[in-house]
Write a protein that binds this ligand. Structure first.
Ligand code: KG4
Ligand code: ZN
Length: 371
């Protein structure tokens, strides 16, 4: 008879509902994704130019059961196959978070499976561990500690810590040193807007709509925007070389647009978008590469919605290569919010012995590394 420690696979259902995506995924050993179901509310919120928290909560309620059921059936699994259910409990919008947390607690109770609370930002970072076509057998190994887990990863050739990770999303911009699985040190942070927020605000100002990041990315590529057309500022924070400040560039874009309007000059949207994007990406990439070098990290990674940006991915790849660093970033579908990254992060938390009680609550301001 097999015992818990001799099990070949640890299978976790990851559930995400912190903002405007209801998402669930079945993940094996934190790396192999068996299903990935995402219900995006973007069409709903587009009408309002941004996420409306109350409407987001209601849509999560309407979709969460359906999304979870589909994640299980796409994976060809049942609740009996699940070792745990992992759910985002922060940071994010409190209403949307509560829908996921409440659903996961009900399932954990009814199906008698362990519950793991996952930090959304750590989830984004763990998207780097996902390997879609990886399958490996660890049946001979027991899983008593994460040190042992590292050996398993070596054998499997998976991406592993330590590495320096830029996490840039709609609500967060951090440079995080990932010292080990589930062990994080914040090296840099934004003092005002998040990078994705700046993309969204600038996109709105030039009339592209929500969500702005992908629209700016596409406009620049399709219309060949000139990244040197307008010299927008590359802000840095005195005494904090890895920190960010994006409110200045956002204001500079707005001032530029107002100036054009007053002088009756027609704005070239693609040039504005390209110049803005180049300025933000210069800062994000330079700070991350420098943080890696100064901290003796040989590997750099990207995470969060902005990691889906074409220029950011290309720039990081190029700058990392120039400095002799290796570079990785998740497939596009795992950069923006998804359940697989929560299943991946949940696996490493689960292997670390972390379990949540039925008193787990949403924490909209949860910090990286906070337990
Ligand atoms: O991680 P995410 O899906 O949700 C949050 O946790 O915030 O990130 C969404 C953010 C939005 O601000 C969106 O505009 C930005 O990521 N984003 C992009 C791109 N795709 C999404 N920003 C720049 N380029 C993209 N291709
Ligand atoms: Zn996110």
């Amino acid at each position: 008879m097999s015992t818990e420690n001799e099990k070949k696979e640890t299978i976790i259902l990851g559930l995400e509902s912190s903002c405007d995506e209801t998402a669930a995924s079945v993940v094996v050993n934190g790396r192999k994704v068996l299903s990935n179901v995402i219900y995006s509310q973007v069409p709903t919120h587009t009408l309002y130019g941004g996420v409306v928290p109350e409407i987001a909560s209601r849509e999560h309620v309407a979709k969460v059961n359906q999304v979870i059921r589909k994640a299980l059936s796409d994976a060809g699994k049942t609740w009996e196959d699940m070792d745990a259910i992992a759910v985002t409990y922060g940071p994010g919008l409190v209403g949307p978070l509560l829908i996921g947390v409440g659903s996961a607690k009900a399932i954990a109770y009814a199906k008698k499976i362990p519950l793991v609370g996952v930090n959304h930002i750590e989830g984004h970072i763990c998207a780097n561990y996902i390997q879609e076509d990886l399958s490996f057998d660890v049946s001979e190994k027991t899983r008593k500690s994460l040190a042992e887990k590292n050996e398993i990863d070596d054998a499997a050739g998976g991406f592993k810590p330590p590495f320096m990770c830029l996490v840039a999303s709609g609500g967060h911009s951090h440079i995080v040193r990932v010292d080990d699985y589930a062990k994080y040190t914040i090296i840099g942070r934004t003092h005002d807007d998040a990078a994705g927020e700046a993309f969204d605000k600038v996109a709105r100002a030039i009339g592209l709509g929500y969500p702005g990041g992908p629209k700016i990315d596409k406009l620049v590529r399709e219309e060949n925007g000139n990244p040197r057309a307008i010299p927008f500022p590359r802000a840095s924070v005195e005494g904090a070389p890895y920190d960010f400040s994006f409110s200045g560039i956002k204001s500079a874009v707005l001032n530029y647009l107002n100036g054009c309007e007053m002088k009756g000059i027609e704005v070239n949207k693609a040039d504005v978008a390209a110049s803005f994007q180049q300025a933000v990406i210069d800062v994000l990439s330079d700070h991350t590469i420098q943080a890696a070098i100064d901290n003796g990290c040989h590997r750099v990674a990207l995470a969060g919605g902005v990691a889906a940006n074409t220029l950011l991915r290309e720039t990081m790849r190029k700058k990392a290569a120039e400095k002799g660093l290796s570079f990785t970033c998740p497939p596009l579908i795992f950069c923006t919010d998804n359940g697989a990254m929560i299943g991946a992060a949940g696996y490493f938390d689960y292997m670390n012995g972390q379990r949540a009680g039925l008193d787990l609550n949403a924490n909209p301001n949860l910090k990286i590394g906070e337990r």
